[in-house]
Design a protein around this ligand. Structure first.
Ligand SMILES: O=C(O)CCC(=O)C(=O)O
Ligand SMILES: [Fe+2]
Length: 285
């Protein structure tokens, strides 16, 4: 019984998640204040503009994943999967060379050491319209986070691409939606019928590209959707980073018992959490 209470206090977001930009910022600074402080992040060559909340850049070495991806058995459906978005974890040693290239950018943007929450291959058949993340929403894990999308085969307009509204536009839309009583939280899914009243079609950004492209997107600050009905399927590699002060992280009791990753980045799997969620990659980078 006390074990359960202790876990809840460690992960307060399990009973209350402050899912507004202000609420998320307050939580972030609180968690930062009570957890250990770390050296500032390394300077990055590619930076994500704060006002836009996303950038599309290039990356080396994605082809090293080909053999792994070809070997994936997509038949088995695990309970965490959505029918319109099939997900398979990739072992960390197979993706370290990709994480290495992305890390300085993510770290500079988030403003703390990032945690790699997942490294996965995503396959979207784009044959079903179910809802969920196929509708406009923002994510609720943190004040800022970065999701990286790396095409494993060409993604174009007809592959159900990930689409976003830049952070400045999303902020304007969020305030207007809240003012008009449509939503209270960032993560609420919104129909196109309502959403399209609040932005101009020219403001929507479609994330397309060849293998070798990487889109880094703050999904907590940019409205987005993906895997919608389309004539082609979509295959990509996905890396998800949040801050060390994310609501997904324990407030205390972290286990710093694993090797140091890179010069300024500490890595530790938060084992109990990782085991519980079956996310094997949760490391502080
Ligand atoms: O299927 C997609 O591209 C959307 C996924 C999504 O909402 C997310 O990664 O947060
Ligand atoms: Fe999302």
């Amino acid at each position: 019984m006390f074990g359960g209470l202790r876990t809840k206090l460690k992960y307060p977001n399990r009973f209350y998640r402050p899912d507004t930009p202000v609420g998320a910022a307050i939580y972030y600074h609180f968690a930062k204040f009570i957890t250990e402080r770390r050296p500032p992040p390394l300077p990055a060559q590619v930076s994500i503009p704060k006002n836009k909340g996303y950038i599309v850049s290039s990356i080396q070495g994605i082809e090293t994943l080909s053999a792994h991806v070809e070997g994936i058995d997509w038949k088995y459906n695990n309970p965490y999967e959505k029918p319109f978005l099939r997900i398979r974890d990739v072992p960390f040693d197979k993706i370290k060379h990709l994480a290495d290239q992305i890390l300085p950018t993510v770290s500079a943007y988030i403003g703390s050491l990032p945690v790699l929450a997942v490294a996965q291959v995503w396959k979207s058949p784009n044959t079903e319209d179910i809802g969920g993340s196929q509708r406009f929403h923002m994510d609720g894990e943190d004040r800022r986070q970065v999701k990286c999308f790396l095409p494993l085969k060409t993604i174009d307009h007809d592959s159900g691409p990930f689409c976003l509204l830049p952070a400045d536009i999303s902020s304007r839309v969020f305030k207007a939606l809240r003012r008009d009583g449509h939503i209270k939280r960032r993560n609420t899914k919104i129909s196109d019928e309502i959403m399209t009243r609040y932005f101009d079609p020219s403001e929507l950004v479609e994330i397309t590209g060849e293998p070798g492209t990487v889109a880094m997107v703050d999904t907590c600050r940019c409205y987005h959707f993906g895997s919608r009905l389309a004539s082609k399927s979509r295959l990509l590699f996905h890396l998800h980073f949040f801050s060390a002060y994310s609501m997904e992280m324990p407030l205390w009791g972290r286990m710093f018992d694993d090797p140091v990753y890179g010069a300024a980045h500490l890595m530790f799997p938060v084992r109990r959490r990782a085991e519980r969620s079956r996310r094997l990659h949760q490391k502080i980078l």
